[in-house]
Each structure stands twice: as C-alpha cells, then as structure tokens.
Ligand binder design. Structure first.
Ligand code: TYM
Length: 328
C-alpha cells in the first residue's frame, strides 16, 4: 500500500525555538519512516512581515541546516524552498477567488499579527491562509502535522478544498490536521499564559535551538512557576504545567511515571533534571548545525533535489485546477 503523504511548513523568520521543535519538527522527524514526507521552508509567507532581503536569504538556508541537523533526512523526506515553485502563489490566486471575505476575516492569526505590526497590515498578511492552503493542496496531502496554532488555517484549507471539488469537480485531496497533544502548544517561560513565539523579544521568553548550555540553564532556572512545591500535572499551575509538558515530550515518559519520579522532590531538582534533558537533546543539533553551515553546497544540493522531486506533483495539481476553472 502507498504511504500517506505528510506536508508541513515552517517560516525562516529567525531563530527556531523549542515550541517549533516540540510542536512540529520533532514529530516530522519521528514520523519519517511511516509516511511520504514533504517539508517546505515557507519564505514567501515570511515577507508578509517586513524582512531585510539579505538576512531573509541567509535565514532560509540556515533553517534548512537546522532542519537537517534536527534529523530531517533527505533520504526519507523532500525538503524545499517555497519560492522555488511558482505554482504556490498561482494556486493561491485561484483559491483566493473561492474563499469568502467573511471566512478569511475570522482567522485569528491575522488579528494577532496585524495588532503586533499596526504599521504594515498588508494584503498578503490577510491572504496568508490562501497561500498556506495552496501549499498543502498542491501535494494531494493526507496529513498536516503542526502545533495547535495552525489548526484554524488547516480547517480553512479543508473547507476550500471541499468547496472547490464540489463546484468544479474533483481536484484536491482533503487534508487532515495532525496535532499531537504533547508539545502542541509550548508556552513562554517568562509568561506561561502566552504561546512561546519568535516575535516576543524578552530575554527569558524562549529557548532557542542555538542557545548555549549556559543559556538553557539560566532560562529554565528563571522560568516562572508558583509558590507550591509538589511536582504534579495541574493545568491551573500554568508555569509548572508547561515545564512538565516539555519534559514529558522530551523524555517520552508517562505523566504517572514523571509524577512518581519527582514525588517528595521540589522545583530545584525537577528543573535540574529538565536542564539535563534539554542539553542532552539540543546540544547535538547545535554541533551538526555548525558542521552543515560549513558545507553549504551539500545543503543547497539537498534543497535542489527536494524541489525537483515535488515539482511534478505541484504542476499536475495546478494544471488541473487551472483547467477546471477555465483558465487557458
Ligand atoms: P511557524 O513558522 O510559525 O511555525 C512552525 C511550526 O511550529 C509550530 N509552533 C509551535 N508549536 C508548539 N508550541 C509553540 N509555541 C509553537 N510555535 C510554533 C507551528 O504550529 C508550526 O507547526 N503558517 C505556518 C507555516 C506554514 C504551514 C504551511 C504549515 C505555511 N504553509 C502549510 C503547515 C502547512 C507558520 O507560520 O508556522
């Protein structure tokens, strides 16, 4: 039986953090043998926020190095850059003409990003979910593994696929979101009431995959908790709950195992154990990242092979959509 197709994307907008890793990249790596995998560095999405062009180019290649360092294997997955395939924006236009303003206006990420960038509320930022739907629908995808913040966008992609197939004839596979409970929403270390995010610049907010061991240690030690002392999964104790969730995902232990591991122990001991696990997992990524940075030609070759392996599918889906809507 043919393997199911998995597609996901990530923006090259700066340093990758633990939320990106636990919510998305780790799952992509863990599932590589099970599925046919397509992973996309979505640089066209990144320009919905003003970027320095040279830095954007550099970050696009750096992100490829980081994804490979985390374990994306070119033997098992196609990794490519979104702007290398023109069918993404071309299909987004056809989808734009089949999405209602009311549906697009409900997207919470637009509201969030436009309130953070009030001086650059551009049309691309509003239309972002149509481009994301095109990313997915071009590849006849079965599953889209992401963190929980992308759920609404995947829902829109499903809805436009269903409507398009009904209005014009079968063209797109209707994708399913794949959002695992563990790691789906990693919260800020300094403020566990908000999602860990690249755009929050305070020094103790996020752990980045390129942080040194000392930075990891400092950030976990400073992470907000509460005045209780027992180590248990209690959603109302948001800071501890977030740290325990990180430990649960990284250690692959069950909640019962974790609670018994720390029975009678306090925050100090728990945080030290978490620091050790984080360093054990993240430090090899840093080393491999540095090695790949010194081998850029190797990385560029992988991206080139990746784009050529997915191009025929993107073209055939786009050509079909174009034909169905009557474009010559
Ligand atoms: P982006 O680049 O913001 O994030 C990449 C992935 O990381 C996940 N993520 C998190 N998971 C858990 N906790 C967090 N704090 C956290 N922060 C980020 C995101 O859910 C995502 O899976 N719109 C997408 C990129 C995209 C895409 C696509 C994804 C474009 N086209 C098609 C899937 C399919 C985005 O901005 O992700």
């Amino acid at each position: 039986m043919d393997k199911k197709i998995v597609f996901s994307g990530i923006q090259p907008t700066g340093n990758i953090h633990l939320g990106n890793y636990l919510g998305a990249i780790k799952n992509w790596v863990d599932m590589q043998d099970k599925y046919k995998n397509i992973f996309c560095i979505v640089n066209s999405h990144a320009i919905t926020i003003k970027q320095d062009p040279n830095i954007l180019k550099e970050q696009t290649i750096n992100l490829a190095c980081m994804l490979l360092a985390c374990g994306i294997s070119p033997k098992k997955s196609s990794l490519f850059i979104q702007s290398n395939i023109d069918e993404h924006p071309a299909l987004a236009w056809i989808l734009d003409c089949n999405i209602q303003m009311g549906d697009m206006s409900r997207m919470t990420q637009f509201k969030d990003k436009s309130s953070k960038n009030p001086r650059n509320i551009n049309v691309g930022l509003f239309n972002y979910p149509a481009l994301m739907a095109a990313d997915i629908l071009l590849y006849q995808v079965d599953l889209v593994p992401t963190g929980s913040d992308q759920k609404q966008h995947i829902e829109l992609a499903r809805n436009v696929a269903i409507k398009f197939n009904k209005d014009y004839g079968k063209c797109f596979k209707v994708p399913e979101p794949l959002i695992l409970q563990e790691g789906a929403r990693v919260m800020g270390l300094d403020n566990p009431k908000v999602k860990m995010s690249k755009s929050i610049k305070s020094p103790n907010h996020a752990i980045f995959l390129l942080d040194s061991n000392d930075e990891i240690k400092r950030k976990i030690k400073k992470a907000t908790t509460d005045s209780n002392s027992n180590i248990v999964f209690d959603e109302s104790r948001v800071g501890l709950y977030n740290l325990l969730g990180i430990y649960e995902t990284l250690s692959a232990k069950s909640r019962i195992q974790i609670e018994s591991e720390f029975e009678g122990k306090g925050y100090g001991e728990f945080k030290n154990t978490l620091i050790d696990v984080l360093i054990e997992v993240l430090s090899p990524f840093r080393e491999e990242y540095k090695r790949l940075q010194d081998n850029k030609d190797y990385v560029l070759n992988i991206l080139n092979d990746g784009v050529e392996s997915v191009r025929p599918l993107a073209k055939s889906t786009y050509d079909k959509a174009k034909e169905l809507v009557g474009l010559l």
